[in-house]
Design a protein around this ligand. Structure first.
Ligand SMILES: [Zn+2]
Length: 120
């Protein structure tokens, strides 16, 4: 049975961008090696992307956290560093406009994995 790795919002804005912090940068090497390992074992990897539009500051989240981040297709929206390099075309990518993700829940419904690992 396959294993599943979910890499949550490891985007530039959360690592070294507008909402970044040093400890997030330190995870890059480890995360990339974990992703490589899952690929080698033909296990599944899902990447989630916090995704906002240009009107972010007018949204509910923008009013609570008035720091622009993860604007779709901006540099800060992209995955960070070695994690970005480790990502393959066939990996599943889920854009989410809020903290939770119905799309991710729906994707996982009815799927069975031997082990799930969630990296926040
Ligand atoms: Zn956000």
């Amino acid at each position: 049975m396959k294993k599943l790795l979910i890499v949550v919002d490891y985007q530039k804005d959360f690592v070294n961008g507008s909402l970044g912090f040093k400890e997030a940068e330190d995870l890059d090497e480890y995360l990339a090696s974990l992703i490589d390992q899952y690929h080698q074992n033909k296990d599944d990897v899902i990447f989630t992307f916090d995704t906002h539009q240009n009107n972010y500051l007018e949204t509910q989240e923008g009013k609570n956290l008035p720091i622009e981040h993860c604007i779709k297709n901006s540099d800060g929206w992209e995955l960070y560093g070695k994690v970005n390099t480790a990502k393959k075309e066939y990996d599943i990518c889920i854009e989410k406009t809020t903290f939770g993700s119905l799309e991710l829940g729906n994707y996982l419904k009815g799927k069975a994995y031997s082990q799930n690992m969630l990296i926040l």
